[in-house]
Write a protein that binds this ligand. Structure first.
Ligand code: SF4
Length: 319
């Protein structure tokens, strides 16, 4: 995919700040959950977004889904900037598949009702067409028509995740945000769901933003990887390049930490000498410097430069 073609999804300098009370008499502080994120995702790409818990991945996903407005910055779909009041348009074009299909599916609704909900909310077609569309999408995700009248509790974990995928695809979105799509599933089922996502992407021309702790899943599925640390993208490149030759010291630490990931365990404690910093009081200069084995004196004083070249993007004083 050429870099110059219009990306299906583009983020320009997205910021999201929360004001947090620090306790009685201590006043308030700003938490920069997302701090100037810019990303371009080309049609058909799978962008893997990785980083430790608390790095801002979930906040970014909520912004993309229109569930949370950015404090500043622009979201462009097919080159067109989305305004705040166009949340419904965003919701039609960007749909989510969440981590835990059991908690994201209403246990009191039938599968038919769950999968057709987006059609009803967005008033797509008439009620006479909904059943046909639901049957078609269930078939696409490998579920038999008879589950239409079943409840989530009557299905296996893998089947429930297929329902979640069907619900995401019923609006025929351009981008699907897959947030830890397999981490709550048994290992035996994980591969089936991953293969389903791969074949749907190929057959429907979908684009994914894949948020995952599981680097094996990211390596398997993603075409590009963005590494996030304390609200910022610190490195972004093609998947092969990131896994073969990571440039940012944080990317190296992440890759060295997860050689045999277990489902649901997330990224293990990184052996970096210092823990994840308090986002309310981020370190000066390069925010990774207290944990970085390559840190130089200037790293604690100056924010690192941003470098974009033929190998991708990295922000670090070493480059
Ligand atoms: Fe490490 Fe310095 Fe690079 Fe930050 S800028 S990652 S501290 S070498």
């Amino acid at each position: 995919m050429s870099e110059s073609s219009v990306p299906v999804l583009e983020l320009r300098n997205i910021h999201r700040t929360f004001t947090v009370a620090r306790g009685l008499f201590k006043g308030k502080r700003n938490l920069h959950a997302v701090n100037g994120v810019s990303l371009r995702i080309q049609k058909g790409d799978v962008l893997g977004l990785v980083g430790e818990s608390g790095c801002g991945k979930t906040t970014l996903a909520r912004i993309l889904l229109g569930l949370l407005p950015p404090s500043s910055g622009e979201i462009l779909i097919d080159g067109k900037a989305m305004k705040k009041e166009e949340r419904r348009t965003i919701a039609r074009k960007i749909q989510p598949v969440f981590q835990d299909p059991y908690s994201s599916l209403n246990p009191r609704k039938t599968i038919g009702s769950i999968v057709s909900l987006p059609l009803r909310v967005h008033r797509v077609g008439g009620s006479s067409t909904w059943r046909g569309k639901v049957e078609e999408i269930l078939d696409l995700v490998g579920l038999p028509k008879r589950v239409l009248h079943s409840y989530p509790g009557q299905l296996s974990g893998g089947q429930r995740q297929r329902v979640a995928v069907a619900r995401a695809l019923i609006m025929r979105p351009q981008v699907v945000i897959c947030d830890e799509p397999t981490s709550s599933l048994d290992v035996s089922v994980q591969a089936q769901i991953l293969n389903l996502l791969i074949s749907l992407r190929r057959d429907l021309g979908l684009t994914y933003l894949l948020i995952s702790h599981n680097l094996a899943v990211v390596e398997h599925l993603a075409t590009r990887v963005a590494v996030m640390y304390l609200g910022r993208i610190v490195e972004e490149a093609e998947t092969d390049r990131i896994f073969e030759k990571p440039r940012h010291p944080y990317t190296k630490a992440l890759l060295e930490s997860v050689l045999t990931p277990e489902p649901g365990l997330g990224v293990p404690e990184l052996q970096l000498g210092a823990g994840f910093p308090n986002p309310l009081d981020p370190p000066s200069g390069c925010t990774f410097h207290p944990r970085c084995v390559y840190a130089k004196p200037e790293c604690g004083e100056k924010a690192p430069p941003e470098r974009r070249d033929e190998e991708g993007y990295v922000t670090c004083h070493l480059y």
